[in-house]
Design a protein around this ligand. Structure first.
Ligand SMILES: [Zn+2]
Length: 67
């Protein structure tokens, strides 16, 4: 069994996810929901703009690479 720094483990065939990576799908959906709910044309507070920007950037990292 190989253990990664985050806590994920694999024996080469089966991956046993750490709690963070186990929750990745849920976190992805939550961020998507946040960015979809944000009234982009009405965001005025720098804080709100920053929150949506951070969420957008995190979602972009999860996008499959096109080559
Ligand atoms: Zn992990």
């Amino acid at each position: 069994m190989n253990t990664f720094e985050c806590g994920c483990k694999t024996n080469g065939t089966i991956i046993e996810y750490c709690s963070k990576h186990q929750a990745a799908g849920d976190m992805y959906e939550a961020l998507k929901e946040i960015t979809e709910l944000a009234p982009r044309d009405k965001l005025r507070l720098p804080y709100a703009i920053q929150v949506v920007k951070i969420a957008d950037e995190a979602l972009a990292k999860a996008k499959p690479k096109e080559d």
